[in-house]
Each structure stands twice: as structure tokens, then as C-alpha cells.
Design a protein around this ligand. Structure first.
Ligand code: DGP
Length: 115
């Protein structure tokens, strides 16, 4: 989608620190890390948020949650101590980039509730 920064990252039109890529998904380091490990996992295709998922996206959603996130957690070394996966949705959810992304945060003790 034109003017979507995460579409441009997925298409390598702007640089990022990629940590994972396959035919459907990329993951890259967050520009403003909130923890020692902070990566964003996104679908390559433009989906605005989890609210925009359709039945056709079930395999993609499962792939992200079942395959990509656990693999990355292990590769990034946060699987044993624990980590957090967050997808901010909409304005009150704190979503600043309107392309679905899952934050994977870890490497320190994370507090709850979030602000
Ligand atoms: P959210 O607030 O949930 O929409 O998170 C958006 C995140 O995206 C935020 O933590 C900062 C990050 N971000 C924004 N622009 C860029 C960028 O151009 N490159 C990278 N690597 N991260 C970005």
C-alpha cells in the first residue's frame, strides 16, 4: 500500500534490521526499542490490524503465531525466561503504524499492567 512505512520495509524500499523473512512475513528490530529484545513481526501484505483479518488470512495468522513467533523467541534467546507479544490496535490501543505488527519484547522483566 502506498505511503505505508511497513509495506516499504517489507518490500525493502527502506532499510531495516531484518531478523527474519519468508514468503509471507518479515520481522525487524524496532526503531525505538523498549526492551533489550524488541522486534516487530509483520505480514508482507498490507493488513491494517487484527480487525482487518479475514477468513482467507487464517493460515497467515496461524503461521505468525504458531511458527514465526516461537521460532524468533528461541533464536533471540527469550524463550526460557519469557517474553511478551503485543499487537496495539486502534487509537486507544496505541497503534501508531496502521499495518498489522506484533511486538515481541523480552530480555528484561516486563511490568503489568502497561501504561
Ligand atoms: P505501534 O505504536 O504499536 O504502532 O508501534 C509501532 C512501532 O514501530 C514503534 O515501536 C516504532 C516502530 N517504528 C516506526 N517506524 C519505524 C521504522 O521506520 N523502522 C522501524 N524499524 N521501526 C519503526
Amino acid at each position: 500500500m502506498a505511503d505505508c512505512i511497513f509495506c516499504k520495509i517489507a518490500q525493502k524500499e527502506i532499510p531495516s534490521n531484518l531478523v527474519y523473512e519468508d514468503d509471507q512475513v518479515v520481522a525487524f528490530k524496532d526503531l525505538e526499542p523498549q526492551a533489550p529484545v524488541h522486534v516487530l513481526i509483520i505480514p508482507k501484505k498490507h493488513v491494517e490490524s487484527v480487525l482487518a483479518f479475514t477468513k482467507e488470512d487464517k493460515d497467515l495468522a496461524a503461521h505468525i503465531l504458531v511458527d514465526v513467533i516461537p521460532q524468533l523467541a528461541r533464536e533471540l534467546g527469550v524463550d526460557e525466561k519469557g517474553f511478551r507479544v503485543v499487537t496495539n490496535t486502534g487509537d486507544e490501543g496505541g497503534q501508531s503504524v496502521k499495518h498489522l505488527h506484533f511486538h515481541l519484547l523480552g530480555g528484561r522483566s516486563l511490568q503489568w499492567p502497561p501504561g
